[in-house]
Design a protein around this ligand. Structure first.
Ligand code: CP
Length: 315
């Protein structure tokens, strides 16, 4: 395929191939091999209309470690700040004969729209509340590195589902790898029509985190960030109520590990420490949060490889 716009673009075979390539990138990641020539002569533009630490830097490093020419642009500092439209901006960059545009945007569907305007490959690095497919791939990669095959494994995704593109991509990729998923949130942070959606796509829903931890203890608990910047109309429940009901507090972490000592804790980052996750949980031996960051680099190398490495440049 030319683009990666949604996790639904990938079959299980595609996901398995990307995860296998990511695993083979480890020598580069350990710096035993300094650089691969794989993408020499390719140009990748990371165009981020919304802020990022992990995704932007890992795409940039991934491109550089595979010898691509990589450039970063953000809304601030580009002509977007002068009022240039998304279409004019991306077509301007496309006219410089670039091979890939890695796009983050605060509007759902923006990457799909861009793909219709340019010749370059478009990679969705997070679009509004829609999807974040490379996050789901890196989550699957990291989880598999820790727990093995995901068939039949139970993953609880907990938190602000309404605003979460990470959740939307993860339910697709985890299901394709055979995992069972339960999503947990207060009713006010569940998207409309959630029950029908869950029935259709084969995941479970709950408003009660403790019940899920007790009755069907997950192999992995993925905590989501409460996205206060997307909550224009107020913040419900209150921060205190949220932490009491849905935070991975120290007692709740103990409850999880009492029932399943090998369970792991995940968070895509950035974290609101003390709100959805306690420092104890983030820094416990069960946490694989920084492994997710390392895995993200390997997975983004793999995605760039699969989309851009033609026969003439493949390592
Ligand atoms: N998880 C994630 O997308 O983080 P950044 O916003 O820092 O890229």
């Amino acid at each position: 395929t030319k683009h990666l716009l949604s996790s639904a673009d990938l079959t299980r075979t595609d996901v398995e191939a990307i995860l296998a390539t990511a695993a083979s990138m480890h020598d580069v990641q350990r710096r035993e091999v300094k650089k691969l020539p794989t993408l020499r002569g390719r140009t990748i533009i990371n165009f981020f209309f919304e802020d990022s630490t992990r995704t932007r830097s890992s795409f940039e490093i991934a491109g550089k470690w595979m010898s691509a020419d990589t450039i970063n642009l953000s809304a601030k500092g580009s002509s977007t700040s002068k009022g240039e439209s998304l279409r004019d901006s991306v077509q301007t960059i496309n006219a410089m004969a670039v091979d890939a545009l890695v796009i983050r945007h605060n509007q759902s569907g923006a990457c799909q729209q861009v793909a219709g305007w340019v010749d370059a490959s478009v990679i969705n690095a997070g679009d509004g509340t829609h999807e974040h497919p490379t996050q789901a791939l890196l989550d699957a990669y990291t989880l598999r590195s820790r727990v093995g095959q995901l068939d039949g494994r139970h993953v609880a995704i907990v938190g602000d589902l309404t605003h979460s593109r990470v959740f939307r991509s993860n339910v697709i990729t985890l299901a394709s790898l055979g995992a069972r998923v339960t999503v947990v949130a207060p009713p006010t942070l569940m998207p409309a029509g959630m029950r029908d959606w869950a029935d259709r796509d084969g995941f479970a829903t709950s408003w009660d985190l403790d019940e899920v931890l007790d009755d069907d203890t997950p192999d992995a608990v993925m905590m989501l960030r409460v996205q206060r910047e997307r909550m224009s109309g107020g913040y419900f429940p209150t921060a205190r109520e949220y932490t009491v009901g849905y935070g991975l507090t120290r007692p709740r972490l103990a409850r999880l590990l009492d029932r399943k000592p090998e369970a792991v804790v995940m968070h895509p980052g950035p974290m609101n420490r003390g709100l959805e996750i306690s420092a104890d949980a983030a820094e416990s031996g069960a946490s694989i949060i920084l492994d997710q960051v390392s895995g993200g680099l390997a997975v983004r190398m793999a995605v760039l490889y699969h989309l851009l490495a033609g026969e003439e440049t493949a390592a």
